[in-house]
Ligand binder design. Structure first.
Ligand code: F0G
Length: 418
């Protein structure tokens, strides 16, 4: 139906039911279904070469919607949003080479896509610019989410930009200080839930339905359209010559799903002629997706999560099915790293002057593990995604301590002499 007219529409990933792009349901509205929705776009009329040229020409734009590293790719994100877009702007994050990190990981071709350089310090801004834009398009009166912290910070900021009230539910005592501080400062109504993230998500979904609030967790398919641009932007930074691997930390599996969709579309639309393999990395204590992978995805596992990387402390990832497809279609892998590995990797990334939060370091630890196992090979070109900024969680990890002194030179000399 809508497929024949509109540039974009929503499709239920479970039953195939189609609904218009501006339908506000968070899940498939067909009675008894409730499956996750996906946004489908009609392929742009330009061929791959011309579309690449369009995206590349926009890299020089400094102002307005196209200055965003999300909306530069608007044909792949939400073509019909027109100029009715709420953008900070976001994206345009660096792709970094770091010899010490590459050496530690044992991967000479490693590059780091640092999503901590987004306006609120995590990749979530790429999804939120699209999610809150969509909230305005459908006339939402308020927006909400459950979060391990970064989604809450991002939602709070973009809701403030839009002038919309925001409600965030976060697990008490399981969210890094920087993130909670952001949600409060940007003015979100912030609920500390006595439970874990998975409890928060169930509650947020129920509350949003009851209160008529637009839910902006990554079950929201428009969020994922924005997060696809992490992949599109890194491909563009590599002059559309794809790496062999893209490695990403995995919690609720929104990114894993978004990356798979981005790569599928990039190939179908002729932007790339070869699809990189995806590697999703989970913390050992919160690894339901890795468990499922080991069973050949014959089971959907759920666990009670516990990891130092609070951002990915998730036991029942909502985008499981979409992420299975992403791993299958990219010939990808799922692996786990221990909390010690995560903290070691973080110390190396921090010590290299780059810095990231613990969940992000899981990607680098994952590269090291996959190199050691020979899954990623020495000559492979690898991009690991650093999902959040060091300042999000300054309290975790690091042996370096400040030394307190009296205010005189002799004291400085004493300390410097060791
Ligand atoms: N890295 C960081 C820094 C995150 O904040 C998250 C998720 C992930 C990785 C995992 O991404 O869920 O797409 O697999 N944070 C969510 C939040 C859950 O509420 O901020 P995912």
């Amino acid at each position: 139906m809508s497929a024949t007219l509109a540039p974009s529409w929503q499709v239920c990933a479970t039953c195939g039911h189609e609904i218009p792009e501006t339908d506000p349901h968070p899940r498939c509205p067909r009675p008894g279904c409730g499956g996750l929705l996906e946004v489908h776009h009609r392929p742009p009329p330009q061929g791959g070469h011309a579309l690449r040229a369009t995206f590349d020409a926009r890299r020089g734009v400094w102002r307005g919607v196209l200055a965003s590293g999300v909306w530069r790719f608007r044909e792949a994100v939400l073509p019909s949003a027109g100029d009715d877009v709420l953008t900070y702007p976001e994206g345009n994050t660096p792709l970094l080479a770091s010899p010490p990190v590459a050496q530690w990981a044992g991967s000479p071709g490693l590059l780091l896509k640092h999503e901590g350089h987004n306006p609120t310090g995590s990749f979530k801004d790429r999804g939120m610019t699209v999610g809150v834009t969509q909230a305005r398009r459908i006339g939402a009166r308020a927006v909400s989410c459950a979060s391990t912290g970064n989604t809450a910070a991002s939602l709070a900021a973009y809701a403030a930009l839009a002038g919309l009230p925001a409600l965030v539910l976060i697990p008490k005592d399981q969210v890094a200080a920087g993130k909670l501080g952001q949600a409060l400062a940007y003015g979100a109504r912030t609920l500390l839930v006595r439970g874990n993230f998975d409890d928060c998500l169930t509650l947020a979904a129920e509350a949003s339905e009851r209160l008529g609030v637009y839910l902006l967790n990554s079950i929201n398919p428009f969020r994922l359209e924005g997060q696809k641009t992490i992949v599109l932007e890194l491909l563009q930074q590599l002059s559309w010559d794809p790496p062999d691997w893209i490695v990403v930390p995995a919690g609720n599996l929104g990114n894993t799903a978004a990356f798979g969709k981005a790569l599928e579309e990039a190939r179908a639309w002729g932007l790339i002629d070869r699809v990189p393999r995806l590697a999703a990395v989970q913390a050992e204590g919160a690894a339901p997706f890795a468990l499922s992978f080991r069973s050949g995805f014959t089971r959907r596992d759920r666990v009670t999560p516990h990891t130092v990387a609070t951002a990915i402390n998730i036991g029942n990832p909502v985008s499981h099915d979409r992420a299975v497809r992403a791993i299958r279609e990219t010939n990808g892998v799922v692996t786990v790293v221990s909390d010690d590995d995560i903290l070691d990797a973080k110390a190396v990334v921090d010590g290299a002057g780059i810095g990231c939060e613990p969940a992000s370091a899981a990607a680098v630890a994952g590269v090291r593990r996959l190199m050691n196992e020979g899954v990623i090979r020495k000559g492979d070109r690898v991009v690991a995604v650093l999902t959040g900024h060091l300042l999000k969680d300054p309290g975790t990890g690091g042996a370096n301590r400040p030394v307190e002194i009296d205010a005189n030179l002799a004291e400085v000399e004493r300390v410097m002499r060791g």
